[in-house]
Design a protein around this ligand. Structure first.
Ligand code: DP6
Length: 351
């Protein structure tokens, strides 16, 4: 059995009270049991538990520098000033950090993303996990990994899981009574796994931004899709089976559960009114290729998020063969092999 327990502790000490800038890095994660639907948008509480693998590709590096109390927060994303909804989300997040730290200083955020933003590759997960770690350090908060996961969740739900490396489960915290209890009970933590030597072959069939944000798509699905409740109910069964499959190191079972959970999630969106359809003809081409690989005896299983791109779970030893097959089937796709990556961590702190 192996389980990752990253020790991210952002400690506050008198010496560090002079700290006014911090840089952190985080990686995206791909959910094998999906998060789709919030029961509380303000607190970012999901209806269901979810489980993911953090990747070793597409890191986001974020620097937070504190400025004066007057004025407003500023942010650049890949060198371009953040505006509109992106800036609003960052500012709302920093507001939370200011409340927790008792500081009223504004911040300058510089974030560099290596994942195509908005293409269903969870750039918000790596983005808010890195921002949580960097902002907590810059504002001098004393947070352990669980508290950082709770904090990252408030920026983007899936970011709660990117605080951890390898496989992580995010608890919905639905048994909690009050808002404060629910907030405390909803965080991610590492999942014990036998070594399944996993790889995710990422097929980017379209790197453009998505037509409907995942936030809006979730809202519409929960509000209008007759398939949402049945999927949410089956998802908790999927999670139990997924945990057991990971514990015994059964990649085929992990893959089967992940594929059915993802297809079910997309079915809920297709049944929303109006429908949300992220899957494209190129997605289906890759799905057919995955089926052929399985028929040829290669354990390979597909999952898709809020976009047309496909991630294929397989053994690392089969990853090149799977990648070649996907390149053959979808020559315009850009295909790369990812493995399990580390959790979010602080790179540097300064004044
Ligand atoms: C399909 O975490 O991006 O990737 O919480 O509204 O920021 P917000 O949404 P986000 O949604 C991710 C949805 C998903 C599934 C998953 O990662 O579990």
């Amino acid at each position: 059995m192996r389980s990752e327990h990253p020790a991210i502790t952002v400690a506050r000490s008198p010496e560090q009270d002079g700290t006014r800038s911090a840089t952190a890095v985080a990686h995206p994660n791909i959910a094998l049991v999906k998060y789709w639907g919030k029961r509380d948008e303000r607190l970012m509480l999901p209806w269901t538990d979810s489980l993911s693998m953090t990747l070793d590709v597409f890191p986001t590096t974020t620097r937070v520098r504190l400025g004066p109390a007057a004025g407003r927060d500023e942010a650049t994303l890949d060198g371009a000033p953040a505006t509109g909804e992106a800036l609003r989300r960052i500012t709302a997040f920093l507001e939370l950090v200011r409340e927790m730290s008792g500081s009223d200083r504004r911040a300058v955020v510089e974030s560099t993303n290596t994942v195509p933003t908005g293409a269903g590759l969870a750039s918000s997960a790596s983005g808010f996990a890195a921002l949580a770690v960097a902002a907590a350090a810059a504002y001098g908060l004393d947070l352990d990994a669980t508290a950082l996961s709770r904090l990252a969740r408030r920026g983007s739900g899936s970011a709660a899981r990117s605080v951890f490396g390898g496989f992580a489960v995010w608890h919905a915290g639905r048994d909690a009574g009050t808002d404060a209890d629910a907030d405390r009970c909803s965080y991610a933590e590492p999942v014990p796994t036998a070594d399944i030597d996993p790889a995710l072959v990422v097929a980017v069939v379209d790197a453009g931004p998505k037509s409907v944000s995942s936030r809006e798509a979730m809202r519409r699905t929960v509000g209008t899709s007759p398939l949402y409740r049945p999927w949410a109910a089956s998802s908790s069964q999927d999670l139990e089976e997924m945990r057991a499959a990971l514990r015994r190191g059964d990649l085929a079972a992990v893959g089967e559960i992940a594929e059915r959970n993802a297809l079910g999630m997309h079915a809920t969106m297709l049944a929303a009114r109006p429908a949300v359809r992220y899957l494209s003809s190129a997605t289906v081409t890759v799905l057919d290729c995955v089926l052929r690989l399985r028929r040829d005896g290669v354990p390979a299983y597909a999952t898709m998020d809020a976009g047309p791109n496909v991630k294929v779970l397989c053994h690392r030893t089969d990853a090149e063969r799977v990648a070649e097959a996907v390149r053959g089937a979808a020559p315009r796709a850009s295909v790369l092999v990812a493995g399990p990556g580390h959790g979010a961590r602080l790179l540097s702190e300064g004044t």
